[in-house]
Write a protein that binds this ligand. Structure first.
Ligand code: ADP
Length: 162
């Protein structure tokens, strides 16, 4: 059984993330979407909220081989604990590449079997990020093209309050 881990902040999940989740779920027997806790990156949604939003989106898409989890600490520790095979990352543009390349090398140095596979974003999603969604929604802008419909109301209400 091939197990893949897709780590990220998902603060909140966007159509860009969902597209990667959906494609990766077809490539592996099981995909764990891992909400990674990054203490140096301020977040708008709590870990529990981010997990809940992901759960709903994955359920609405009918992706039965996708599990949602969270982890604080080194990704590679989680990877080893789950005896995973692959780390999945999404690449939007060249700007993502340098950081992701460095992370992939570092993870492989920490664990030789940790292969990172990159899925390139589809062209409509290359500009899309959680931070962009947050900025637009905080000022009451329309983010319906950016986040899945089943969580749209929750995201806009929650971010407008902030
Ligand atoms: P961000 O906060 O920048 O949206 P995350 O940390 O949540 O990013 O991203 C997790 C993973 O998903 C990363 O590999 C990132 O490159 C990828 N990703 C984020 N947004 C998109 C998108 N619009 N299309 C494809 N991949 C994406």
């Amino acid at each position: 059984m091939k197990l893949a881990i897709y780590p990220g902040s998902f603060d909140p999940v966007t159509y860009g993330h969902l597209e990667i989740i959906s494609r990766a779920s077809k490539l592996f027997d099981k995909l764990v979407v891992l909400v990674s806790v990054n203490p140096s990156k301020p977040s708008a949604f709590s870990i529990e909220e981010r997990k809940q939003l992901l759960e709903e989106v994955v359920k609405a898409e009918g992706l039965t081989n996708v599990e949602i989890d969270s982890h604080e600490g080194l990704l590679i520790d989680y990877f080893n604990k789950r005896n995973a095979d692959v780390i999945v990352k999404g690449l939007r543009a060249l700007s993502d590449f340098e950081y992701e390349f460095q992370m992939a090398q570092a993870n492989r140095k920490l664990c030789y079997k940790a292969e990172t596979i990159f899925l390139t974003a589809k062209s409509e999603n290359t500009y899309l990020s959680s931070s962009m969604v947050k900025q637009i929604a905080m000022f009451g802008g329309d983010v319906s093209d950016f986040v899945p419909e089943c969580i749209l109301d929750r995201i806009t209400t929650r971010l407008k309050k902030d």
